[in-house]
Design a protein around this ligand. Structure first.
Ligand SMILES: Nc1nc2c(ncn2[C@@H]2O[C@H](COP(=O)(O)OP(=O)(O)OP(=O)(O)O)[C@@H](O)[C@H]2O)c(=O)[nH]1
Ligand SMILES: [Mg+2]
Length: 257
């Protein structure tokens, strides 16, 4: 076994993190590769998989709400900070599996993991050198040029906050029409195409802001490339796996071990 890789699935609420976590593990397992799933969402109710390591074994959103008289959002914040206190136990549970890939399914509310200190702390504590962020862009929020730019901005903010390798994923791509997917792909492949559409919009402060953000993206060479995935037939998962392997093993396939 090589040193393990941690993949953190992060994205806005309902962007498909848990589904992709599950499908990724299934895809690996079908190829004889070893991966475990870790649920980091203390409020998760209907997960599409049975997590190998589950934060709910240590922290329950419902209990925190009841004990501290908090509403669901306040309790989520308290839980996010409590997760950091349990990282040592989580690490021990993960290590017991001696696996190659650790698929980390993060809480529904992106800001809990990305903008509070706990997320950064967890990544650092578990394995800062072998961690990658799989950032999910929800296609329903990225169909228009300005929607796409705002989603890219969120992805960049995540990258800026967490400071780790990041791969951008267009989740639920099966929900897009062929034309919509082609358009988003053309924006993701070349931001000049996106700029053309934005420049064609009616002049407004929002157009100016979009232009400014795009300028920022090209200035810093930020990755705007998106890898589409869908829940049927493991659509796009091999590409994600290849990108992760490229990042850490120079593209070597674990199957070749
Ligand atoms: N068509 C389609 N639906 C999907 C796909 N991935 C997820 N979904 C659906 O989108 C909804 C949300 O999926 P989840 O995987 O729970 O998303 P999540 O980001 O984990 O959600 P939260 O943890 O609640 O933020 C579910 O109804 C899924 O069945 C996909 O690739 N294609
Ligand atoms: Mg989820």
């Amino acid at each position: 076994m090589k040193e393990e890789i941690f993949v953190y699935f992060i994205g806005t609420a309902g962007s498909g993190k848990s589904t992709l976590t599950y499908n990724f593990q299934q895809w690996m397992s079908l190829r004889g590769l070893d991966a475990i799933t870790v649920n980091l969402d203390p409020g998760a109710e209907n997960l599409p998989y049975e997590p190998d390591v589950d934060i709910r074994d240590w922290i329950s959103l419902k209990e925190i709400m009841d004990s501290y008289g908090l509403g669901p959002n306040g309790a989520q914040i308290a839980c996010a900070d409590m997760i950091a206190l349990n990282t040592s136990d989580i690490k021990k549970s993960i290590e017991a599996f001696k696996t190659d890939y650790i698929l980390m399914d993060t809480p529904g509310q992106l800001e809990l993991f990305v903008f509070r200190e706990a997320g950064k702390y967890i990544i650092k504590f578990l394995n800062p050198n072998r961690s990658i962020i799989a950032y999910l862009l929800d296609p329903s929020l990225a169909k228009t040029a300005s929607g796409f730019v705002s989603q890219l901005l969120l992805s960049i903010s995540t990258n800026f906050r967490l400071g780790h390798s990041q791969i951008n994923i267009l989740s639920k791509a099966d929900m897009l029409s062929k034309q919509e997917l082609e358009q988003i792909n053309s924006w993701s492949d070349d931001t000049d195409n996106l700029n053309d559409v934005i420049m064609g919009e009616e002049a407004s402060i929002y157009r100016e802001i979009s232009e400014g953000i795009l300028h920022l993206i090209s200035e810093f060479g930020t990755q705007s490339k998106l890898y589409p995935t869908g829940k049927q037939d493991f659509y796009g998962i091999e590409d994600i796996y290849t990108q992760i392997q490229l990042q850490f093993e120079g593209g070597e396939d674990l199957m070749s071990d």
